[in-house]
Design a protein around this ligand. Structure first.
Ligand code: VGL
Ligand code: ZN
Length: 195
């Protein structure tokens, strides 16, 4: 028998939504398969946090046009999420809370910018709000979700990864990243387990 772990949300908890932008949706410049299926799951999670007065953070991949990760610059990725472009806009259909805290990342040309903590004010903002536990969802599991989760764990945050709230570019790499994050201390939870 498996026991379903439930999470009672309260002070010290925050939701972190990673890179739910058009370029990562089906049809975008760097599509993540079935990432649009995350929209209702993430909307439900955002509503749950917001209705309890708990903070919701959202990251945007927000690159300069000559970012070093682009194929045009010798990097691995198609040009994506150029700051201010259509592809960098949030996916249609997300019900953001009025109090959404926005974090731009990947703004420095030479840095990969996978992690929500790299070159951003996220940690300072979390400290200001006394956040100790982060619930994480978004894309892509094996890149920006992974890097953000591993950094959060290193910084001492408890991390709950929302199953069905994340999608990978490559399913196999995504599964490996999930195992790695769990090994490093992240807990995998179903969004329905949030109370
Ligand atoms: C991402 C590849 C390049 C992500 C961002 O959001 O996971 N992946 N830039
Ligand atoms: Zn990127």
């Amino acid at each position: 028998m498996t026991t379903v772990q439930r999470f009672r949300l309260g002070a010290g908890d925050a939701l972190l939504v990673i890179d739910m932008q058009r370029d990562f949706m089906p049809g975008g410049a760097l599509p993540v398969a079935k990432s649009d299926a995350l929209l209702p799951v993430i909307n439900a999670c955002m509503h749950r946090f917001d209705s309890k007065g708990l903070p919701v953070f959202a990251t945007r991949d927000w690159h300069p046009p000559d970012h070093a990760s682009f194929v045009t610059e010798g990097g691995p990725w198609p040009v994506h999420c150029v700051a201010g472009s259509d592809g960098a806009r949030f996916a249609e259909g997300l019900a953001w809370p009025a109090t959404l805290r926005l974090i731009n990342k990947g703004e420095q040309r030479e840095l990969p910018g996978y992690s929500a903590f790299e070159g951003t004010q996220l940690r300072a903002q979390l400290q200001r709000q006394d956040v100790q536990r982060l619930f994480v969802c978004g894309v892509a599991t094996e890149y920006c979700v992974r890097a953000s989760v591993l950094d959060a764990l290193k910084l001492g945050y408890a991390v709950v990864l929302l199953r069905d709230g994340v999608r990978a570019v490559c399913a196999q790499d995504g599964a490996r990243a999930l195992r790695e994050m769990q090994q490093q201390g992240a807990i995998l939870a179903s969004p329905e387990a949030l109370q």
